[in-house]
Design a protein around this ligand. Structure first.
Ligand code: FMN
Length: 171
């Protein structure tokens, strides 16, 4: 099968990662692939932030734990995260960032990495604990995050989930 189609059809979310550090070149390539995703009216108004520091990821996880009241919260022991932020009043922001996240999934998997969408910053970016961390990542004050991606070398091989949504062809 064509490699692109195969990657799309076999993509899975990975939630267990090894301790292996991701090579910088791979993260740069993944960020390029995320950026290559389309944006409404070609505005290209997203900001991409790669955090490749487990301590800083843990600080973010602790802030998320606090605002969600989830003591045990961690970001699956991932090695890096890719945050996609956009201006809060950008009506295309969520759609544009979602396209980038899917590209990230596909690029990661094609490089032997695992990825999973993390939703816990959605509607929480203006909580002081979270904003402090986002400030430390140089994310603009008017930016919010809908989803971000946890990345790492996979320590599990999840099964591909059955797809059950209807598709109707009208001729
Ligand atoms: C909008 C959205 C939000 C998601 N949020 C999370 C999340 O916070 N944590 C998580 O582990 N997975 C999250 N996921 C991943 C989904 O759970 C996953 O894509 C779904 O179970 C299907 O599995 P698959 O990706 O292996 O096909 C999210 C996916 C989407 C599209």
């Amino acid at each position: 099968m064509n490699e692109v189609i195969n990657a799309i059809l076999t993509r899975v979310s990975v939630r267990q990662f090894t301790d292996q550090r991701i090579e910088d070149e791979k993260l740069k390539l993944i960020a390029d692939c995320a950026k290559a995703a389309p944006t409404g009216k070609n505005r290209q108004a997203r900001k991409f932030t790669v955090v490749h520091n487990r301590e800083k990821i843990q600080e973010l996880a602790q802030a998320i734990a606090k605002v969600h009241n989830r003591n045990d919260y961690r970001i699956y022991g991932c090695d890096a995260i890719l945050l996609i932020s956009f201006a809060e009043d950008d009506r295309y922001g969520q759609c544009d960032s979602s396209c980038a996240i899917e590209n990230t999934y596909l690029a990661a998997e094609s490089l032997g990495l695992g990825a999973v969408w993390i939703n816990q910053l959605r509607d929480k970016c203006n909580e002081p604990e979270i904003r402090n961390i986002l400030d430390s990542f140089h994310i603009p004050h008017n930016h919010v995050i809908c989803g971000f991606v946890a990345l790492g070398y996979p320590a599990e091989k999840p099964v591909i989930k059955e797809r059950t949504e209807p598709v109707e062809f009208i001729y």
